[in-house]
Ligand binder design. Structure first.
Ligand SMILES: Nc1ncnc2c1ncn2[C@@H]1O[C@H](COP(=O)(O)OP(=O)(O)OP(=O)(O)O)[C@@H](O)[C@H]1O
Ligand SMILES: [Mg+2]
Length: 294
């Protein structure tokens, strides 16, 4: 299974290009899932039909989803509350539920929700040849892509603190009772479980045979500047940017060759500005895929 992320500045054509790629891959006989994880979905406008969390078969081999991130925020908080209850039973008296109610407004929750939604998609649709994600605005995309790596940093630190605490607890227990048994620690077990989970996601995202990022830009200085930021950040995370797509290219402005030097190691593709709306299955099927500049 291959995972593709389409990203770029607002309005440059991320959704159009992810839809275009999905339609062409499916018409080539591949099993494709296209999933919008952008809270402001527009795949339904592109395919001109209502979409939801439930996959809709749009063409043979092509299913499309618009993920409801609110559902994943709620699921994330519910899972966390349950986990707290299981691991920290002795905290029950503090009425944890009250704190979880306000946690949904806390910064950082949205990127956990996007990551959870992505993980769920990858698990649920393992039968697909391609899973294509139409991503949220840049700031959120970069945060959720960085999340596994960042979480691993502090989880490993946390595990080592916990081990030190347990060693000391063990020494004290043995002073009191010579034959005191060392019990499994639920907190350390939970941290180790999370480490394994984030390592799995991180390995998948940084495996360039499986995961690729495709940056869409237009020929203007603002979208170029944002694309350069994305390129740098994503590359620093060890995730492969495979193509940069110069979309709505009409021959004016910087030449594709000039742009290429901003994105070393990637392939620069161009997609001409189409006449009229680039929506509807028929239009997308007849629209060319982005191609290398001649
Ligand atoms: N190559 C193209 N030729 C003509 N029109 C295009 C092309 N690519 C995109 N468009 C049009 O540009 C507009 C923005 O495209 P799209 O919705 O794909 O951008 P987006 O990056 O997903 O935007 P958002 O950030 O709002 O999600 C749409 O009206 C779309 O039909
Ligand atoms: Mg979009």
């Amino acid at each position: 299974m291959k995972i593709l992320f389409f990203t770029g500045k607002g309005g440059v054509g991320k959704s159009t290009n992810s839809a275009l790629r999905a339609v062409h891959l499916a018409s080539g006989g591949h099993r494709v899932l296209l999933n919008s994880i952008d809270p402001a979905h527009n795949l339904h406008d592109i395919f001109k039909m209502p979409l939801s969390e439930k996959p809709k078969e749009i063409a043979p081999g092509l299913q499309v989803i618009e993920t409801d991130l609110n559902v994943w925020v709620k699921k994330y908080l519910k899972d966390m509350e349950q986990e707290f209850k299981n691991v920290y039973r002795y905290m029950e008296a503090f009425n944890l539920h009250k704190y979880f109610k306000i946690l949904k407004y806390s910064p950082g929750i949205e990127e956990y929700a996007v990551l959870l939604a992505m993980e769920n998609t990858l698990q649920r649709y393992q039968d697909k040849d391609y899973i294509i994600f139409d991503t949220p605005p840049t700031a959120l995309t970069l945060k959720f892509l960085a999340l596994p790596k960042v979480s691993l940093l502090w989880l490993k630190e946390l595990a080592s603190f916990r081990e030190q605490i347990l060693k000391k607890k063990d020494i004290v227990a043995k002073i009191h009772r010579k034959n005191a048994e060392v019990c499994a620690d639920p907190v350390l077990e939970r941290i180790e479980h999370l480490i394994q989970r984030y390592e799995r996601i991180s390995d998948l995202l940084t495996d360039e045979k499986k995961t690729s990022v495709h940056i869409v830009l237009n020929n203007d200085s603002l979208s170029l500047a944002e694309s350069e930021d994305i390129f740098r950040e994503v590359t620093n995370l060890g995730i492969k940017v495979t193509t940069v797509i110069l979309n709505k290219f009409n021959g004016s402005g910087d030449s594709p060759k000039d742009l290429e030097k901003h994105f070393k190691g990637t392939e620069l593709l161009t997609l001409p500005a189409g006449e009229g709306e680039c929506t509807g299955l028929e239009t997308l099927t007849s629209f060319p895929l982005p191609a290398p500049p001649v």
